[in-house]
Design a protein around this ligand. Structure first.
Ligand code: GTP
Ligand code: SPV
Ligand code: MN
Length: 609
């Protein structure tokens, strides 16, 4: 048995509630040693991980890790929200009774960290001093050193955050036990993994993974699932949103836009984007956040937003100098970046992923994401990807070259626009602006897109993903819709809504819009529209830009040729969509009448078109 009190004393962890919590779970998990960590321990822990072979060097000050091959993405069907009130059950939150789940998880975790160190990670999911700080503190317990290193990058980690709490008992209790990954029956009927958020007890119990959102509990489990439950009870919004600023150098104005695209659909890329060269003299984009935004209405009636995270857990695939130079610069040698499940060269310490650039022709030293020698591949294996499609890089916000100078300002920033988008191969135009709040919320609720490799086994499946929160929903969809309307009803200055789509395809399968840096063009139009500088063209589903209004300088020939298609509404296709939406929304018992009214308005406008 570990001497818990001695470890906590040594770290100066004085909060009595935290001490009691750590004592309790040290007893359950049976860990041999307890170690409290702070961000300042990073270099030592990295060295220990290198010595243990858990990390491999990827050049100067960069690291490589591989997760178990059946543990490479979020497992949505194993993810559960538990409470003691059955009214919290929604269509997507996989609700179960809290008592049943706690028993289950205690059973699975009992003695499961024997022989291991249990790391205590005190963290804050907010800049210190944020008006939402009371909901941001947590303590993750984990038996996995790599999880510690990832958490140090993704969250603000240190003992002082927990010692100094205004209410010392108000922190999220987040327990992570890796489990015996080789014997968990992943994906079989006998699957042993459970990823549970006991939302009304602010307790998170995750068993059976060491990857991403399954294991870095500050990020998705607290930052989104628990956060959205807390937001519902306390009057703020918590969403899987990126958050960026657009600076107009000519007028000196700055606009902030947040928005939800489903996992692996472009949030990181958009928030890091550089202006297209031809617009660069006038505009630049500032990065605030790429995955989570907490939003609240300030005393001045404006909507504010902030990114609770401290880092980026970004998709590696297709990240290169052309698509996302900012991301490339944020993971250069010396940044402390960690690459997970990309390809690795054990001789040169290089890393590679699909879409990074030319595939290395000299195969010497190259191992694929599973650690297999690429030169030894035969038959069909030869064409298999080198990196896992959900392979990722982890780096801190400070490493992101376009991070906003005020990214840590606890005040947050005023939100001028809320956008929704996703991978939609037809129907959705490049951008359509929505002036009405209920229609904006309706649009978010009916966000439909192709799922990606960020969730196990779903790539390419078309599904509705309300506000991009489907995998993170913590309470019922009807209450979620009502909560959005309630928060916005308190905002006296309302942001504009819009739906965007970078992924429309032609008959030959090519993307009709070049995307990436060019995406700034429709966003600039949206802000001009909100300011009344352009009028656009009204359609039944929102206002779309005219060709003349979009800033087109420097856009390539092919994109100019395809532009009319992405600025057109296919009314027949939209009428068909209305029927699907009706079915989708009908699942949500008690959906606010305002949402149904918005639906009927859009449907009637399409009928009249
Ligand atoms: P999560 O971290 O999973 O929540 O994802 P995300 O929404 O931040 O996704 P990210 O920006 O990392 O993008 C995922 C993938 O989409 C990457 O492979 C990108 O290269 C690709 N992508 C992003 N923006 C565009 C775009 O404008 N056009 C096209 N065609 N692909 C894009
Ligand atoms: C997502 O899947 O939306 C992510 C990555 O942002 S993970 O942290 O693994 O959930
Ligand atoms: Mn995400």
């Amino acid at each position: 048995m570990a001497d818990v009190a001695a470890a906590l004393d040594e770290a100066g962890l004085t909060n009595p509630h935290v001490r009691e919590y750590v004592e309790h779970w040290a007893g359950v998990t049976g860990a041999d040693r307890i170690e409290v960590v702070s961000a300042a321990d990073d270099a030592r822990l990295v060295q220990e991980a290198l010595d243990a072979g858990e990390l491999l060097p990827a050049g100067e000050g960069r690291y490589y890790s591989r997760s178990y091959f059946k543990d490479t993405a979020r497992a949505e069907e194993r993810t559960i929200v538990a409470t003691s009130d059955e009214n919290d059950k929604g269509v997507y939150n996989n609700w179960r009774p809290a008592a049943e789940m706690k028993d289950k998880l205690v059973g699975l975790m009992k003695g499961a960290s024997a022989g291991k160190t249990m790391y205590v990670i005190p963290y804050l999911m907010a800049p210190q001093g944020s008006p939402l700080e009371a909901f941001a503190a947590g303590v993750e317990l984990t038996d996995n050193r790599n999880v510690v290193l990832q958490m140090i990058r993704m969250a603000r980690v240190g003992v002082s955050y927990l010692n100094e709490l205004a209410d010392p008992d108000s922190f999220v209790r987040a327990v992570h036990v890796t489990g015996d990954l080789e014997n968990l029956g992943q994906g079989t009927p006998d699957d042993q993994r459970y990823f549970v958020t006991v939302a009304d007890e602010r307790t998170i119990l995750h068993y059976g993974s060491s990857y991403g959102g399954n294991a870095l509990l500050g990020k998705i489990a607290h930052g989104l699932r628990q956060g959205s439950f807390d937001g519902w009870k306390n009057g703020f919004l918590v969403e899987q949103f990126m958050l960026l600023g657009i600076v107009d150098k000519e007028t000196g104005k700055k606009y902030h836009i947040c928005g939800g695209f489903p996992s692996a659909s472009g949030k990181t890329n958009l928030a890091m984007t550089l202006a297209p060269d031809a617009l660069g003299d006038r505009y630049y984009v500032e990065f605030y956040g790429d995955d989570i935004a907490w939003l609240w209405v300030g005393d001045d009636g404006k909507l504010y937003g902030m990114n609770p995270e401290n880092g980026v857990f970004g998709v590696a695939k297709d990240t290169n100098e052309k698509t996302n130079p900012t991301a490339v610069d944020s993971i250069v040698p010396g940044t402390g970046a960690i690459f997970t499940n990309v390809a690795y060269n054990e001789k040169t310490q290089d890393v590679w992923w699909e879409g990074k650039g030319e595939k290395p022709t000299d195969l010497d030293g190259w191992l694929d994401w599973k650690g297999d020698v690429i030169a030894d591949r035969t038959g069909e294996e030869v064409d298999a990807p080198w990196a896992h499609p959900n392979s990722r890089f982890t780096t801190t916000l400070e490493n992101v070259p376009n991070v906003a100078s005020d990214f840590e300002d606890p005040k947050g920033v005023e939100i001028h626009g809320v956008i929704f988008g996703g991978r939609t191969r037809d129907r959705e135009p490049l951008v359509r602006a929505i002036d009405d709040v209920a229609e904006g919320v309706y649009d978010g609720l009916t966000l439909g897109a192709e799922a990606t490799a960020a969730a196990d086994g779903l790539e390419g499946v078309l599904r509705y993903d309300p506000m991009s929160m489907r995998p993170f929903m913590s309470y019922s969809e009807a209450d979620y819709a009502a909560h959005w309307l309630e928060v916005f009803s308190r905002a006296t200055t309302k942001p504009i809504f819009a739906h965007v789509n970078w992924f429309q395809r032609g008959d030959d399968g090519r993307f009709l819009w070049p995307g990436y840096r060019e995406n700034l063009r429709p966003l600039v139009w949206l802000m001009q529209y909100a300011n009344g500088e352009v009028q656009g063209e009204r359609t039944p589903v929102g206002v779309i830009p005219t060709r003349e209004e979009l800033l087109l300088d420097g856009l390539d020939e092919q994109a100019l040729a395809d532009l009319d298609t992405v600025l057109t509404i296919d009314v027949d296709r939209w009428r068909e969509e209305i029927g699907h939406r009706e079915k989708h929304l009908s699942q949500f018992d008690g959906l606010p009448e305002e949402i149904w009214e918005a639906h009927r308005r859009v449907a009637a406008a399409l009928d009249d078109a």
